[in-house]
Ligand binder design. Sequence first.
Ligand code: HEM
Length: 396
Amino acid sequence: MPSLRMLRARLTRLGSMRLLTAIAPIIAAALFMTLAATSAGTAQSSVRPPESAISATGSPTGGAVPGDALGTTSDAEIWRAVRQGVSGNVSIPDKKAAVLVQSEGESWRLLRNGPLFDYLGLAMIGTLILLALFFAIRGRIRVEHGLSGVKIKRFSTIERTGHWLMALSFIILAISGLNVSFGRSVIIPLIGKEAFGPISEFLKLSHNYVAFAFMLGLAIAFVTWIAHNLPSRHDLVWLAHAGGLFSEGVHPPAKKFNAGQKIIFWLVMLGGLSLAVSGWALLFPFEHSFFGDTFTGLASIGLDIPALLGLPQPPYSPILEQQFNTVWHVVMAVFMICVIFGHIYIGSIGMEGAFGAVGSGKVDLNWAREHHSLWVDELREKDAMPPAAANPEPAE
Ligand code: HEM
């Protein structure tokens, strides 16, 4: 009689045997299929037609149509045309699919993943270094006559809403956009692919949606500030003194916005519009021909941009339009990011008393006198000064 332990051991062996019998064919089949797939690949690359079939041209068919049965064009000619981007015929709605190889795509990829991103990265790092140097040399620009303690209203709630809507959405768009451009090379080595995937998905979606908040902020800022940003003769004086940025005790007169702020305003409006238009074309791809249309329009006034840049002449295929859009979008984005680095610097650590304008909406009277003396005069003429600030004591 077998003991209980022997019985259990036999049953366990039997169980293992059954498991082994069940998985063995699956593993064997998988191995067989892997081997078959591998050898098929090897066979494809190693099979060589018999020597007798290879003509003097080196081609198995001597450049002729195999069997003379499929038309009058040789394989080599067909594949050369495909490589050169010749469009074939497709019966599906996506007509872009008729082009199998688009050579400009390779040039675009090489430009984008090579010099373009190198220079854009350097531009941002260079701007930060320049600002740090400027801060080290010039230090914080102080209110020369000290803070008076008297506050005057500078920006209304609607003005600050436009500013912050634009500013916060710009920061989110900059971070999420730069993640598309530089994430693979900069972020993956730091946090790994597992974490990068979901973060990027979230950032990519936020880029799509936050874009609309940015456009709204841009529109509000345009409407509320355009009247104060038209050029005036005082701007020339301000520019001639570089706004006193490089020399202490120099305060050229300015209205509500000085020439430097006007330059930032127009850069943000035009740069923001350009980002919105190119971004729109990326959001709804293959539906626009902004580049082709713009180049054609400029050519009609004698400006042949494609010829100047060594580009093909319009009209462009939808895919080439997209490639132009991505390059333009990222170049404009980095240009604007560098401009905004400077703006954030001067509005925060770079200049004492400036932040209150967009923070609380109020600024110190002495700050206003030093940087916007003509605006202070205007407020006084309009009786728009608080009683404590009514005393017209000059700042200098
Ligand atoms: C205003 C409306 C905007 C729209 C509709 C928009 C839309 C888009 C879209 C759809 C993409 C393509 C993302 C992808 O490859 O999947 C993109 C990329 C990008 N966006 Fe924007 N964007 C806007 C504004 C901005 C702003 C303000 C900035 C910068 C501050 C910015 C920076 C970028 C960057 C750096 C990329 C990556 C480009 C690349 O590497 O090819 N975008 N944008």
